[in-house]
Design a protein around this ligand. Structure first.
Ligand code: ADP
Length: 432
């Protein structure tokens, strides 16, 4: 503002001086025109210097501004200062961008940016190796055209990315890739892909080992248990000292048989791929079947068992697996509820699917145990679980089955009051 005022002052002094000289020599118009022409030429000259300086890419290189006096000097200086700030900011951004690119190029994991149309925007070097995507040919290609596995298309379009997807690498047999997608910006997606071949191999070795061991143990345990049962039926022919050990051997062999059976179930669920063809499962009928099969257990402990399930809910899934998950929850509720308890099996439709819950008014579980309940062999109270014939594998089986039905187990519990084990089946799997 001061500069502007100074410049105005200078202009007025120039005009005043020209007017005075004009008056003295009697040619006021002439001196005024000369003064104005001189002033305009000076300004034009400064403008020319400015354009020349700007045209020299001064914003990219650090060229000094032209020397100028008055308002022009401050205009040159301000532009120079702004350019310097802009240059610093852009150098900083470029530096960050270079670092981001260098670090993503160094990653062994593929990083792919997908725009809201589902086509590829950008990817790092590892992507070319893992997915065979090439620059620039594959830019703007739909990701589902480049990764043609139908399971990937399902995962990509469902937009439920809380879980990862494992499939074989496109065009390379024996290589397993794990995909994880995250949404960002305006419906854009960041896809991370890593090679999990080694991990996958180790996991399948572990699964095979558990499966084989359980299978191999099956026959000897059946034989031992068979003999022990025969011996237990003829206890009278044995010395009374042997009665207790024989009974213990019989009950432990039964426990071993249960563990082997559950391990085999677990390893079968883990090894079998989720079938693409789903069965239509009538939930009401399944609940009635569970009611009939658990009648004996409920009567033994004098429990009331209430089933509240709307008719005509059809689930898409595997019937035997859903039966196993639900009956595990119902049997647990019966086991961990003192006699004369009340067990409820409920199903309720909502706009997002159906919630199925098993509630009891039994022992309940302290909150710090809840996150670990679905771990294999985790028991809240090992002695009580063993007493009730528990293997510690039931909830692990339930967890796996539910994951295969796009669902998760939720547990609410209050010690001494009871527990609710529930899960939600998404609407894509519900016909009603
Ligand atoms: P288990 O064969 O021992 O019952 P599970 O995997 O089915 O194994 O359950 C794990 C543990 O969770 C059990 O040992 C038990 O302590 C606890 N649990 C499961 N269901 C209930 C329930 N309804 N009420 C109280 N505790 C439960």
């Amino acid at each position: 503002m001061t500069n502007w005022r100074n410049e105005l002052q200078r202009f007025l002094i120039l005009l005043g001086t020209a007017a005075v000289i004009g008056l003295i020599i009697g040619e006021i118009s002439f001196t005024l025109v000369v003064a104005l022409a001189g002033y305009s030429s000076y300004n034009l000259l400064q403008l020319r210097r400015l354009t020349k300086w700007v045209a020299k890419d001064s914003h990219k290189s650090d060229t000094q501004p032209p020397e100028g006096t008055g308002i022009w000097g401050s205009i040159f200086d301000s532009i120079y200062r702004l350019q310097k700030q802009e240059r610093l900011a852009s150098d900083y951004l470029k530096n960050i961008l270079d670092k981001a690119q260098e670090s993503s190029a160094a990653l062994e994991m593929a990083v792919v940016m997908i725009n809201k149309q589902g086509t590829l925007d950008w990817w790092n070097r590892a992507t070319e190796e893992l997915l065979g995507i090439r620059y620039p040919n594959d830019r703007n290609q739909a990701v589902t055209n480049l990764i043609r596995d139908p399971r990937f298309a399902d995962y990509f379009h469902k937009e439920k990315y809380s879980q990862t997807l494992r499939i074989e690498a496109p065009g390379v047999s024996g290589r397993t890739l794990e995909f994880q997608i995250t949404l960002f910006g305006e419906h854009e997606k960041l896809m991370l892909v890593r090679d999990v071949t080694q991990l996958h191999r180790l996991e399948s070795m572990r699964r095979d080992f558990v499966g084989n061991v359980s299978h191999e143990l099956g026959t000897p345990i059946t034989v031992i248990k068979g003999y022990l049962e025969t011996i237990a039926d003829n206890l009278d022919s044995f010395d009374s000292r042997w009665h207790k050990p024989i009974e213990q051997m019989r009950s432990q062999s039964q426990r071993m048989e249960n563990i082997v059976r559950d391990l085999l179930v677990l390893s079968a669920i883990e090894t079998r791929a989720v079938p693409r063809a789903q069965e239509k499962v009538d939930l009401g009928e399944l609940a009635r079947e569970i009611e009939a099969h658990t009648e004996e257990v409920m009567q033994e402990k004098h429990h009331r068992f209430l089933v509240d399930c709307p008719n005509e809910i059809i689930l898409l899934g595997q019937r035997s697996e859903l039966y196993s998950a639900l009956s595990n929850l119902v049997i647990n509720a019966a086991k961990y509820t003192p006699p004369k308890g009340c067990i409820q099996l409920r199903a309720a439709l909502d706009p997002k699917g159906v919630t199925i819950a098993v509630e009891d008014n039994g022992l309940g579980i302290e909150s710090h145990h809840i996150p670990r309940l679905t771990e294999r062999f985790y028991r809240v109270d090992p002695s009580r679980s063993a007493e009730s014939g528990g293997t510690g594998l039931g909830l692990a089986i339930v967890k796996h089955i539910l994951a295969r039905h796009d669902s998760e187990l939720a547990v609410e519990s209050t010690p001494t009051k009871g527990s609710i084990f529930s899960f939600h089946i998404p609407k894509e799997r519900v016909l009603s």
